[in-house]
Design a protein around this ligand. Structure first.
Ligand SMILES: *Cc1c(COP(=O)(O)O)cnc(C)c1O
Length: 234
């Protein structure tokens, strides 16, 4: 496929996503400026990130360090904001801190200390969100709601890190709006102790309207922008 065709394809995806966001904002009485669209580029090449950037997208998300670190390096000249949204092993903290501006997936104390250590070492400040499990499936990552306050306190106290707010993935088999309403409640409780932590990262291609309706500030959208990902073998 030629670059021109791919550019048109991505532009059409972006226009459709922006139309959905605009509609959801109207319905919820919110302003588009309250929302950050994070383009999740996992499995897609750096050339697609360039095309997104040329179309005005400034925030890019990735979920695997190995892929993300290479892509971020290839796109270093674009001055984008990189979001790490996947499950993170502590032994990847050094690498992730090298390029990520925001880590959405902090879900345990060990990760707080590892990220803090590496951020200090790199002389960087990394914004971190607590990922909340909205169901009881620990396999998908995320802290249980009762663990969120302690993780928030730990992030707020950690050198090199800034506590930014909360993130969640809507559980399978539940109406996403109901799940995102619980996330919103958790976010309000956290903000009582940490007023600056106003990020609510919720909503993907299939449920971004429900996320907007329930106070999301960051939408993580892959498929609707770049197309359906091919299944891959790790
Ligand atoms: C892949 C991914 C997304 C984007 O999902 P789409 O359904 O392709 O929009 C969002 N958040 C996380 C954590 C992801 O891993």
């Amino acid at each position: 496929m030629t670059e021109t065709t791919r550019r048109d394809e991505i532009a059409a995806g972006l226009a459709e996503v922006e139309a959905t966001i605009a509609q959801a904002c109207r319905a919820a009485g919110r302003a588009r400026e309250e929302l950050t669209l994070v383009a999740v580029s996992k499995t897609y090449p750096a050339s697609d990130v360039r095309l997104l950037a040329a179309l005005g997208v400034r925030d890019v998300g990735e979920n695997r360090d190995q892929e993300a670190s290479v892509k971020a390096r290839e796109c270093a000249d674009l001055d984008l904001t990189w979001h790490f949204v996947g499950q993170l092993q502590t032994n990847k903290a050094r690498s992730v801190v090298g390029y990520a501006d925001v880590v959405h997936s902090v879900d345990r104390p060990r990760l707080v200390s590892a990220l803090s250590h590496e951020a200090v070492r790199a002389g960087r400040e990394v914004t971190c969100l607590v990922q909340v499990a909205l169901d009881d499936d620990p396999g998908r990552g995320g802290a249980r709601p009762v663990e969120v306050a302690a993780l928030a306190d730990a992030l707020a106290a950690a050198d090199g890190l800034r506590f930014g707010g909360v993130m969640a993935v809507a559980p399978l088999g539940e109406e996403p709006g109901r799940a995102f309403a619980r996330l919103w409640e958790i976010a309000q409780a956290v903000r009582a102790d940490h007023p600056g932590a106003d990020v609510i990262s919720a909503g993907m291609s299939g449920d971004l309207s429900e996320a907007v309706a329930n106070g999301a500030t960051h939408l993580r959208v892959g498929t609707a922008l770049l197309g359906r990902r091919k299944p891959f073998v790790r």
